[in-house]
Design a protein around this ligand. Sequence first.
Ligand code: CA
Length: 130
Amino acid sequence: MTFRLMCVAILIIAAHLLPTDAAVRVWGLRAFNLDGDPIGPPDPYVKVSCGSTFSGMTDFRQDNANPTWSDEFNFPKCKAKDILKLEVWDKDLIYDDQLGTCTLKVQSGTQLKLDCIVGRGSLSFSYLLK
Ligand code: CA
């Protein structure tokens, strides 16, 4: 194999490893009127998974019932009809409380500002399937 061909091969492999090449991307997480702690607003964060893959979680937002997160989550192996799951949690000192879970079946294209019910509040997010 020539050096040039090797460079091309490495570039192609690298391109496949980049997160921007994900099949499913989730972004624009935002929650409204979350209700968790007995006193005061919750300290919410969101865990995101698709199919059997867990992509990660947002930071928690202290005392915030209406948080916005800038995180993006990428699932290179997630495909149409897989289940996309967003779990909303309230961070506590010992045991975190699950405030609600949003699940949907992935469909192709871009889905903007989807809403799902979380307790007495809601979670909004966008995703796309390439
Ligand atoms: Ca809390």
